[in-house]
Design a protein around this ligand. Structure first.
Ligand code: B12
Length: 426
């Protein structure tokens, strides 16, 4: 009898192995999904449209929390965009994410309006106008007012909302892809290739771009080749934070899930090691892991949704600061090239932001300011010098000559090291 039990047990174990992997994968996705949902309650400031979009694209929902968040977007984010529009600031990226978020909740976009120059017009009319301004700027300087990532978001948002994108507008994106103008700082921007790929695929699917169909196809092929060429040995495309968008784009452009398997596994491995703790990072990765892309918004019906996503109460996390101290040397290089070096001891595991705060408190001549953004605090002023995005400058963060792949809020100091903060043009 005993051998039979053992054989049966072994068989059960063997046959369950593949489903075990699937089981642990779906558990991982559920954890990411819950973390994203939890971020709605914990994140301060303006509600995040990218988080909303990812929650809405997910297979599992908490309909009550999602509709409460939709209301917050319609109030708080809406007011933010309205005041930027009133100050004639370019908001094409935020406006596009807001559009995608509303559309992902199947909200009637025709009921949303903004006022500018004393005139109230519909959201999509504003988006179209903003895109025209961006396009004019490209005519003048080969660059949009904002960047090609936001320009792509604009094309995507108009397209998934069923608006025919002006040929001149999409042509600028086609040309930029052709001439490899998608850059972030001094390197190519994988995220931008991905967003442009999704935008142009939508335009291609809509069939409205008959005039230049051949050029559109060439651009799509080029973007796909580029994304595949950015693949690293570990499966990530670009870095850990661009892989989600890159996989979304590849799926949208017709790659099979099998072709993206290595990148999917790379993202799962990164998720297991808690790389995606920033809600923004989860929001760009989770759709890809669930084999979706932002293009899915176009056909979203919001019917028969699985409303089973619930948050278990969590014990309050007590973060004990480490007794071990590490030293951070902070080098500041201003626009004129003048360098200054500061140093501070911090508990191991502190964020760079915490280290900079400690340094500031010591009154040794180091000061800094941050601006809030969807990704968290963006370092904008150091020692009184502002690196203005309007002048196409920013404070670039690096360690040992390699650019940090996270900002000041997320980057953790785990060993004694030197961080360079350099006023750089892009
Ligand atoms: C364009 C871009 C930039 C431009 C933005 C200016 C411009 N007008 O073009 C510049 C070159 C300044 C830039 C800088 C940096 N960036 Co950047 N950037 C992007 C990109 C491609 C698009 C951002 C965007 O327009 N979003 C759309 C709008 C609607 O959202 P938004 O939040 O309002 O956008 C603003 C902020 O996101 C802010 N911003 C841009 N990058 C970063 C990075 C961090 C950490 C923060 C807090 C804010 C921030 O600038 C945007 C425009 O005003 C994203 C790609 C992505 N997947 O999101 C990477 C991305 C956000 N950047 C990234 C990084 C790492 C940086 C740097 C830290 C690089 C470095 N080593 O110095 C610095 C920020 C340093 C600082 N001073 O705090 C990572 C963030 C990953 C993470 N886990 O935090 C991303 C995801 C790229 C990647 N795959 O690695 N970036």
């Amino acid at each position: 009898m005993l051998p039979l039990v053992i054989v049966t047990g072994l068989l059960a174990f063997a046959s369950c192995k593949p489903c075990d992997t699937e089981g642990s994968n779906s558990e991982l996705l559920l954890t990411l999904n819950k973390n994203l949902l939890r971020s709605l309650d914990t994140q301060e400031g303006t509600p995040n449209p990218s988080v909303h979009l990812a929650l809405r694209l997910s297979d599992y929902h908490n309909v009550v929390k999602e509709s409460q968040h939709l209301n917050r977007l319609k109030n708080d984010l809406h007011n933010d965009i309205q005041s930027s529009l009133s100050n004639s600031q370019s908001v094409v990226g935020t406006l596009s994410l807001y559009t995608l978020a509303l559309k992902s909740s199947c909200y009637d976009l025709n009921t949303i309006a903004f006022t500018a120059n004393g005139k109230s017009e519909m959201l999509l009319t504003h988006l179209k106008k903003q895109m025209e301004l961006e396009k004019e700027h490209i005519n003048l300087s080969l660059r949009p007012l904002t960047n090609y990532y936001q320009y792509s978001l604009g094309v995507l948002a108009l397209c998934v909302s069923g608006i025919r994108v002006n040929n001149h507008v999409s042509n600028k994106l086609i040309k930029a892809a052709e001439h490899e103008r998608f850059r972030q700082g001094d390197s190519e921007s994988v995220d931008t290739y991905a967003m442009a790929g999704m935008a142009l695929q939508c335009v291609s699917d809509s069939g409205s771009h008959v005039q230049n169909a051949a050029e559109l196809n060439t651009a799509l092929t080029k973007i796909k080749q580029k994304l595949l060429a950015f693949r690293r040995a570990d499966g990530h495309i670009g870095n850990e934070f661009s892989t989600g968008l890159a996989v979304q784009a590849l799926l949208a452009m017709g790659s099979t899930v099998g072709e993206c398997a290595a990148s999917m596994e790379a993202m799962r491995a990164a998720a297991r090691s808690n790389t995606y703790h920033n809600p923004m990072a989860i929001s760009q990765t989770l759709p890809a892991l669930q084999q979706k892309s932002y293009l899915t918004v176009k056909s979203k019906t919001c019917l028969n949704e699985n409303d089973t996503l619930v948050l278990e109460p969590t014990d309050p996390v007590v973060v004990l600061s480490s007794d071990t101290k590490v030293t951070v040397a902070v080098e500041v290089v201003t626009a004129s090239g003048a360098a200054a070096l500061f140093s501070v001891d911090v508990p191991k595991g502190s964020s760079l932001l915490e280290a900079l705060k400690l340094l500031k408190e010591r009154n040794v001549g180091f000061t800094f300011e941050t601006e809030s953004s969807l990704w968290g605090p963006f370092l904008s002023v150091v020692n009184g010098e502002q690196a203005r995005q309007s002048d196409r400058r920013y404070w670039h963060l690096s360690s040992d000559d390699a650019g940090l792949s996270e900002g000041v809020g997320d980057f953790k100091i785990v060993a004694t090291q030197k961080i360079s903060i350099k006023n750089t043009s892009y």
